[in-house]
Design a protein around this ligand. Structure first.
Ligand SMILES: Nc1ncnc2c1ncn2[C@@H]1O[C@H](COP(=O)(O)OP(=O)(O)OP(=O)(O)O)[C@@H](O)[C@H]1O
Length: 572
């Protein structure tokens, strides 16, 4: 409870749990023969890895290389059954601690579960023989993550080890600590850990990047979710550069640009004569990425037929080019897949195979939209400006004026980093044109940014839901900003949204009556109660304006002023 960061809380929880298991071990017949090794917290809310943190038991130090993960199969088990499980790694046997008593299953980590197999080998390689996995539940009850405890005890292979004696206490500890682990922020990064491929890492992505550094070193498939233009492809490339495959090729297959009937050919390649037009052999993306990494973007666009093909590659690590009669070829490739879609929904709708989903959903992460990481925006803007300046052969420095940055912070970013890059390029061109093209030191002023933003096509403003979502984020960010100064904003301030919508409608239609009628509030109009209703709504807006301490837009200010006058009876 006293912890101020996720890491602190995770250390305390893991120490307590390992201590509890240690006590059980001391009292067991394995006291002299077994050892607890380490514990790891995996936070995976909404099925995206958010944090991964482990400590070594005896030394109490942080696990430097979390180069092992509990298998995706076990995660599935946990989500489906919601109870702790113990795994005997040598025998591949899983025991689930359901409320009705323990249930054995022998096949949880068998050969059909390749991810399980890989993880199992990792763990056995570290001399782990037994793993106990405890679910972490969000206050609402959903499984949000898990805690894994690893132990070594050759004498207990084929036996329950110590879990019978302590699994209930461990579950209670997980239950009590889950809200703290899920609610606390990670410690801010000690230092910037940026490089050429990832030039900006701010507080909102530092934990993600730390985790990806770990994932990059493994062989399992990484699933990068996130909105378009948020940098998924760049991040995939960065993962490749962090991996031991970095001296081999990095290939991208963007399914958005490949028609469905060519997907198999693009993935697997073809032999001459495989189809009309196949005049010579052509290697596919898998062959081109040999020994390296293949990033398949927009994986949700894969046809059902190609899904079956990819599943086979992921399971067997073998494939055959189209029209090839020979033996299957070995696919020595690490896969990273990207998507902007909700794959769960695609599975439910029957558009995406569930078995393939489980194969690729082993290390899922989500890259936040730019609007969710505005703390990074100033540095991204500066980086992109510098890059543009260098590209145009500019000498001297290029920098953005602080009020230009403010303007960027106030804009909507449905197109994310890609859109920001476009705006910076446009603003740079305007700034350059203004000075007659001479390239030397340059300052991007607010007016340049303003003009560049004015060119934005309305289509780029995003879906209604996305815009509302951004508004919600803007509010949360404001609360965070104030919290740092020791004050907060009450949640019921968001009630003012209804008043803002009415005010916007009045502004557009030019009439209060029409605005009420537009929302079907004819009854209020008939009873002539709409003025009172409007005053009530606008009182909330006034409170919001007062607490934010910001000047309202001119149209809103005029309406607030008009409705504030006690004599106000006029219409429209
Ligand atoms: N690490 C980075 N370094 C430099 N620029 C970046 C980086 N990440 C994103 N950008 C900028 O954002 C643009 C979009 O990045 P990227 O293509 O990786 O996004 P994406 O999420 O894969 O988009 P989509 O889903 O549309 O394919 C890039 O062209 C670049 O301008």
């Amino acid at each position: 409870m006293a912890a101020t960061s996720f890491e602190e809380a995770a250390t305390a929880v893991l120490q307590a749990m390992l201590g509890c298991a240690e006590a059980a071990l001391t009292q067991s017949t394995y006291a002299a023969r077994g050892r607890l090794l380490r514990g790891v917290v995996h936070l995976r809310p909404a099925d995206s890895y958010q944090r991964l943190f482990g400590i070594e038991h005896r030394a109490g130090v942080r696990v430097e290389e979390v180069g092992y993960l509990t298998s995706a199969n076990v995660w599935r088990w946990l989500v489906e059954h919601g109870c702790s499980v113990s795994i005997d790694l040598q025998l591949g046997r899983l025991r689930a601690w359901t409320p009705d008593g323990p249930v054995h299953t022998g096949d949880a980590l068998d050969a059909t579960g390749l991810p399980g197999q890989v993880t199992r080998e990792h763990m056995l390689g570290r001399n782990t023989t037994h793993v106990h996995v405890i679910p972490l539940r969000a206050p609402g009850g959903a499984v949000d993550g898990m805690i894994t405890l690893e132990a070594r005890c050759q004498a207990a292979i084929g036996r329950d080890f110590i879990w019978q004696a302590c699994h209930e206490d461990l579950a209670t500890m997980a239950h009590v600590s889950a809200p703290y682990l899920g609610g606390l922020r990670p410690r801010l990064p000690d230092a910037e850990r940026t490089d050429e491929l990832l030039p900006v890492v701010g507080a909102s992505t530092a934990a993600l990047v730390d985790m990806l550094r770990v994932f990059a070193g493994q062989e399992e498939t990484i699933l990068i979710g996130g909105p378009t233009g948020s940098g998924k492809s760049r991040l995939a490339r960065w993962c490749h550069e962090q991996s031991r495959r970095k001296s081999h090729p990095f290939e991208t297959l963007d399914l958005l640009s490949v028609p469905e009937d060519l997907q198999m050919a693009e993935l697997f390649g073809w032999k001459r004569g495989a189809f009309t037009g196949a005049v010579k052999d052509k290697p596919g993306a898998i062959a081109r990425a040999a020994q390296g990494t293949l990033f398949i973007d927009e994986i949700d666009k894969l046809s059902l037929k190609a899904q079956a093909g990819l599943l086979h590659v992921l399971e067997e690590r073998r494939y055959r080019p189209l029209g090839d009669e020979g033996a299957e070829r070995h696919a020595d490739v690490r896969f990273i897949v990207g998507t902007n879609a909700d794959l769960h929904a695609a599975v439910r709708a029957g558009r995406f195979r569930e078995d393939l989903f489980f194969r690729i959903n082993i290390l899922p992460v989500r890259l936040p939209a730019l609007s969710e990481r505005l703390d990074e925006l100033p540095r991204w803007a500066q980086y992109m400006l510098g890059r543009r300046h260098r590209e145009s052969g500019g000498e001297g420095a290029a920098r953005i004026a602080p009020d230009a940055v403010q303007r960027l912070l106030g804009a909507a970013w449905p197109g994310n980093l890609r859109q920001l890059d476009n705006i910076i390029r446009r603003a740079y061109a305007l700034a350059l044109a203004e000075r007659g093209g001479a390239v030397g030191s340059l300052v991007l002023e607010r007016r340049h940014v303003e003009q560049a933003l004015a060119h934005e096509a309305p289509a780029e403003s995003g879906s209604t839901l996305a815009q509302l979502w951004r508004a919600a984020h803007a509010f949360v960010q404001e609360v965070e900003r104030r919290e740092r100064g020791g004050v907060t904003l009450p949640l019921d301030l968001t009630d003012a949204f209804q008043g803002l919508v009415l005010a916007a409608a009045i502004g557009r239609l030019g009439s209060r009556e029409e605005a009420f009628a537009m929302f079907g509030l004819d009854q209020l109009l008939k009873n002539r109660n709409h003025q009172r209703a409007l005053r009530r709504e606008l009182a909330r807006v006034r409170r919001l304006v007062a607490l934010l301490g910001e000047a309202p837009e001119p149209g809103l200010a005029a309406l607030l002023k008009a409705t504030d006058e006690p004599t106000e009876t006029r219409e429209g």
